[in-house]
Ligand binder design. Structure first.
Ligand code: FE2
Length: 337
């Protein structure tokens, strides 16, 4: 037995040893500061204690897999439908029936097999340097492959889940061949090799290293609402564009939650996910992490509302996971590193 596994087993014993008191063991791959409010809100509303185990999503999945049927995991909580699909694909989740969840969450934001449920939304949209490029050139995702943009794009890695999910959605809508031609066009337009996260792409645009990028909406709102002058300076240089507003709408992804296959506290786990879909929790997602509510067009967050209303793609986000392998193969073939 490896030390790491032994440590995980001891932790598992410690967590399951608390039997008696109502509680859940929450494995969270989200990396957002505001989530503590969600947990406190749930504890106050239900009296059920939340034991939080945070980690990188892939590490948490490996851990649940290693723990097997002795896993103390009740809820798996993470960003991106592609990550939830990874858990489903590994057989680590169980389907649940919840009238509250099917009522609160539009069908396109939950697993058709009820193994996971979207509880907040983010759009992956275009950001450009004000004045550096004609906004008319970049109104769609397809535009990012235009030859006029040669040397003008910054992009996050092609193995980053947010980009895999974007391409996975494209594969579903336009087919793998056209999706690959698009990805090749994007790579041909790069100003520099992919590096850094979404915030770094926005900073690169503000710094003039490139004129155009893609990032999730909440990263930009962080710059907009920051108290730091250097962040405000970044936001001032950037214009945002919701893509495909004359077509299918902007690519939307979710954060979501699922009940683990061997959840020792199954009923409490379902209550937690149901709580995430309540107006109170939806307000925490909006205020704490600038995410859009799952079931309504408006949020309880003025800065987020300032981005304006937009048309969201209604493709079921399960397509992102279903096409993830094909998306990664395309990324590898076109050299989107
Ligand atoms: Fe993120």
């Amino acid at each position: 037995m490896s030390l790491k596994f032994l440590a995980a087993s001891l932790m598992a014993a410690a967590l399951t040893g608390l039997a008696g008191a109502a509680e859940i063991n929450l494995y969270s791959g989200r990396h957002y500061d505001g989530d503590a409010q969600l947990y406190a809100g749930f504890e106050a509303a239900t009296g059920i204690k939340v034991n939080v185990i945070e980690g990188k999503t892939d590490e948490l999945l490996a851990r649940i897999e290693a723990e097997g049927d002795a896993s103390p995991a009740d809820v798996f909580f993470t960003a991106d439908a592609g990550n939830l699909w990874r858990a489903e694909d590994k057989g680590l989740l169980q389907p649940i029936e919840s009238a509250a969840l099917t009522a609160a969450i539009p069908a396109e934001y939950r697993d058709p097999n009820n193994q996971w449920f979207g509880v907040s939304r983010r759009a992956r949209i275009i950001f450009i340097a004000k004045g550096a490029i004609d906004p008319a050139l970049v109104q769609t995702y397809a535009d990012l492959a235009r030859p006029e943009l040669k040397g003008k794009l910054c992009m996050r890695s092609g193995s980053a889940i947010y980009n895999l999910s974007l391409l996975g959605g494209m594969i579903e809508k336009i087919g793998p061949e056209k999706a690959e031609a698009w990805a090749k066009g994007v790579v041909d337009n790069l100003a520099k090799p992919p590096q850094g996260g979404d915030s770094d792409q926005i900073k690169s645009v503000a710094a003039g290293e490139c004129a155009v990028t893609l990032a999730n909406t909440y990263y930009f709102v962080r710059f907009l609402t920051s108290d730091k002058p250097e962040d405000k300076a970044v936001a001032d240089k950037i214009q945002w564009i919701f893509p495909d507003q004359q077509g299918d709408g902007a690519h939307v992804n979710i954060s979501g939650a699922a009940v683990a296959k061997y959840a020792p506290n199954r009923e409490e786990a379902i209550k937690f996910i149901e709580y995430l879909a309540t107006p109170e929790a939806q307000s925490y997602f909006a205020k704490g992490n600038n995410e859009y509510p799952i079931g309504s067009a408006t949020s309880d967050n003025p800065a987020l509302e300032d981005l304006g209303p937009f048309k969201a793609d209604t493709l079921n986000v399960a397509a992102y996971g279903r096409n993830q392998k094909a998306a990664q193969e395309i990324m590898d073939r076109v050299g989107w590193k």
